[in-house]
Design a protein around this ligand. Structure first.
Ligand SMILES: [Fe+2]
Ligand SMILES: [Fe+2]
Length: 338
């Protein structure tokens, strides 16, 4: 691949932020104190009686979960499982592609530590899904496999590659939080507790990327503004956009249907999208920066956008409320429609 001059320049700026990444490695949870998925499923390792009692208890708890919430949970779990795709991305964000796989460059240490934590999220959620007895796990495995095979379309800009997870970690923090609240209300305490743990991890990840994004603005304000504006203008492509299932073999149809359910039950909505942008605008000091030309246009867009999204969302409320929900069959729940 031949990179443009601007791309190589951005990579060099990103490389120069290695010391910022180094000081943020403390946000990875120490092994001694971190939570482990296995903690939630200890009964599986007990006597047959303990195992069956634990399994019965999990099935009982899961009875309260709606099919809609299950679909959203499956989509979230698949997204976590396919995050390895995003790791490939860090290779073009920095110029320090790790040729030997064990580089102690802070960027690579962060990439590995971050992925290791995301991996645990996938493990915790898929183990839980299996125990509900309400999900077609073969269909779930199939979607995870197709998602990893199909890839993850991204903007090649190194800066966009860093603003993207800054936004996404906040979005996953919200989504896991909401699923956790809904699970608790439905009596699925184990799932609620798992979501609480995952949510806290996403918060830490979000902080690290936010600190990196702030450093990027301090180092190269104009281009940081232009690239952040461009990311938001083009709209975020979600990590699970290219997943498929037997009911929806062509991407991004399945993702669109999943996102619709997620919005319908209030796990993640355009209102949240606008809220995250407002939050990032504040944290990155977007409005107060004196920039000109293309950067000023990006700044104007970023500042105006949350209100535009919110207004549009409010305007559509009546239409949404009046329209009957469109039903979709998901292979993940044995082709039941939600
Ligand atoms: Fe995660
Ligand atoms: Fe995360």
């Amino acid at each position: 691949m031949i990179f443009s001059e601007e791309h190589i320049r951005q990579q060099a700026v990103v490389d120069s932020l290695a010391s910022v990444v180094e000081t943020n490695l403390k946000f990875l949870a120490p092994l001694e104190t971190r939570w482990w998925p296995a903690k939630f499923f200890r009964f599986l390792e007990g006597s047959p009686e303990e195992m069956y009692a634990g399994m019965r208890e999990q099935r009982r708890q899961a009875e309260g979960l709606s099919d809609e919430l299950l679909v959203v949970l499956v989509g979230n779990a698949i997204t976590e499982d396919a995050l390895a795709n995003y790791a490939l991305r860090l290779g073009v964000t920095t110029s320090g592609i790790d040729r030997i796989g064990v580089s102690d460059n802070p960027w690579m240490k962060w990439a590995r530590g971050w992925l290791a934590e995301e991996h645990l999220h996938g493990i915790a959620l898929t183990r839980y899904l299996l125990l509900t007895g309400r999900v077609d796990m073969q269909a779930v495995d199939r979607t995870t496999t197709t998602l990893i095979q199909n890839g993850f379309e991204q903007d090649p800009s190194p800066y966009v590659g860093l603003f993207y997870p800054t936004f996404q970690e906040k979005a996953t923090n919200i989504a896991h939080d909401r699923v956790g609240i809904m699970a608790r209300n439905a009596g699925a305490i184990t799932l609620a507790d798992i979501c609480t743990k995952i949510k806290a991890d996403e918060h830490r990840h979000g902080l690290v990327y936010l600190h990196i994004a702030q450093a990027l603005f301090e180092t190269d304000e104009d281009h940081a503004m232009i690239e952040f504006g461009r990311l938001m203008q083009e709209g975020l492509k979600m990590p699970s956009q290219r997943m498929t299932d037997t009911e929806h073999p062509k991407p991004p149809v399945l993702y669109g249907r999943f996102a619709r359910v997620s919005t319908r039950i209030g796990v993640y909505t355009p209102e949240d999208y606008a809220g995250i942008l407002t939050h990032l605008n504040t944290e990155l000091g977007i409005a107060g920066r004196s920039v000109s030309g293309e950067a000023a246009r990006a700044q104007e867009f970023l500042c105006a956008q949350p209100e535009i999204i919110q207004r549009e969302w409010n305007l559509q409320k009546e239409i949404r409320d009046a329209r009957p929900a469109r039903q979709t069959k998901f292979s993940w729940i044995y082709s039941r429609a939600v």
